[in-house]
Write a protein that binds this ligand. Structure first.
Ligand code: ZN
Length: 132
């Protein structure tokens, strides 16, 4: 059913013998998103990761489903710890090229022609946008 599973970390397949109903539960690589295919919760989304999966599995077990198989699909995504707005990126100038005053990082600098992260001199306000 899933044609594109790059976002899936782990899948659980369940079935019920009485009516051959099938359920698949996908845990996404972010470790948070859970998606249910088939069964009473078809199309259900959850963002509580393994906790939601465990709850669903015991719920379905109680409803007569049995786990056919579960398998890893992709490695978990690497969490980016440097996601904060105030993080100062590497590679900035240490001193102003013009007046040698210290330079500070401005995550949201705006000028007439551009807006975005920039290095700004604390003295003469010489500035240089951060290029990714
Ligand atoms: Zn300067």
């Amino acid at each position: 059913m899933t044609t594109h599973d790059d976002h899936v970390m782990h899948t659980w397949n369940l079935t019920r013998d009485t009516d051959s109903d099938e359920i698949s539960i996908d845990l996404w690589t972010d470790g948070e998103n859970v998606r249910v295919d088939g069964g009473p919760d078809d199309g259900h989304d959850d963002d509580r990761g393994r906790r939601a999966v465990d709850q669903l599995l015991s719920k379905y077990a109680a409803a007569g489903y049995r786990l056919v198989r579960d398998y890893a699909v992709n490695s978990p995504a690497v969490q980016d710890d440097t996601d904060g707005e105030d993080e100062t990126p590497d590679g900035g100038p240490e001193k102003c090229h013009e007046c040698l005053a210290s330079v500070e990082y401005e995550p949201n600098h705006s000028s007439d022609y551009r807006e975005g992260p920039a290095w700004l001199c604390t003295g003469c306000r010489w500035g240089q946008y951060v290029t990714a």
